[in-house]
Design a protein around this ligand. Structure first.
Ligand code: BMA
Length: 311
């Protein structure tokens, strides 16, 4: 048997609804980053009405998290965002860029799902920057870098035309985006054949930007969500250097197989460490948060040595 690519933390799940000091049904799909020597987690939580909010938890070691007494981001009730966040805010990703943290999340409303952008410097206060996509876009990660002065992002439109594929877009001001092109597609009769979507904020390595994404396959028992890895060129992130043919993580633990939605591992964040490992965070069955570690160089090797075509 091969060694697992992602070593699960034996203390999983690391955060559950019972740990949260306000009423929630789920704790999952969290963006994670480092701030002033601590780990900051922004997690998605369903309320009892089935709509989501974003909560905050902090940790000294990246494993044991303490939730803050109040939610971090509730759907806006006034201003331009209110109309587009009516049904909830979901799946936050955090990108540390220059002197601030940029947070992308899905804003749901009767008009569909759009990508919203917020910023913070301290995780005490948060400012909404704008809605940065039209309807039917979600799963947006920003690259923690600029390319010829431009910001870059990966996202995932809902579309049958180029089915649930990953696209790249660029912006000079974080609000207006364009120059879009498709960079990665699902592969027929494959673990990611139904849809793929950006996962964790890409991580800079010597050999490229490592992107941990999710892939979905339909089965007679419902859809199964797994995680895979792709490597993007450092200077030209539209160029995918390699996508690993096999998944790196699939639902196996009881809290990944059974929960709010069965058979889901879904990532919104991974934190690289100085020792060459990366802490990968994922939601288990849309109900709890889990963590595991992988060796960054091994993930890069997988992209380059066990590749399937990106398109
Ligand atoms: C997707 C999103 C994710 C969720 C996944 C599995 O469409 O809603 O937030 O984790 O489905 O239910």
């Amino acid at each position: 048997m091969r060694e697992p690519i992602v070593q699960r933390y034996p203390g999983n799940p690391i955060l559950t609804p019972d740990d949260i000091p306000y009423p929630v049904e789920t704790v999952h799909n969290a963006g994670v980053t480092r701030h002033e020597g601590r780990y900051i987690m922004l997690f998605r939580a369903h309320r009892g009405n089935g709509r989501s909010i974003v909560g905050l938890a902090k940790s000294d070691d990246g494993y044991r998290f303490t939730p803050c007494p109040k939610p971090f981001l509730l759907p806006a009730t006034a201003g331009f965002h209110a109309e587009y966040e009516e049904f909830g805010v979901e799946d936050p990703r955090i990108c540390a860029l220059e002197d601030e943290y940029l947070i992308t999340y899905s804003a749901y409303s009767r008009h569909g799902v759009r990508i919203a952008l917020a910023r913070t410097r301290d995780f005490d206060s948060v400012e909404r920057v704008g809605l940065i996509s039209q309807a039917d876009m979600r799963n947006t990660v920003l690259f923690p870098g600029r390319f010829d002065g431009r910001y870059a992002r990966l996202d995932r439109p809902h579309s049958e035309i180029s089915p649930w594929s990953i696209w790249i877009s660029y912006s000079r001001d974080l609000v207006h985006w364009g120059d879009s092109r498709v960079v990665m597609k699902p592969v027929p009769y494959h673990w990611d054949e139904m849809k793929i979507g950006p996962g964790a904020t890409p991580i800079r390595t010597d050999r490229g930007w490592l992107h941990i994404y999710h892939g979905v396959v339909p089965t007679m028992d419902g859809a199964v969500y797994r995680l895979g890895v792709a490597l993007h060129d450092l200077e030209d992130p539209a160029h995918v250097l390699g996508v690993c043919d096999r998944w790196i993580l699939q639902p196996e633990d009881p809290w990944e197989v059974t929960g709010y939605v069965h058979n889901v591992v879904f990532t919104c964040g991974a934190v690289p460490e100085e020792d060459g490992t990366v802490k990968v965070y994922w939601g288990g069955a849309d109900k709890v948060m889990c963590v595991g570690t992988a060796v960054l160089e091994e993930l890069v090797d997988l992209c380059l040595e066990e590749s399937r075509p990106p398109l």
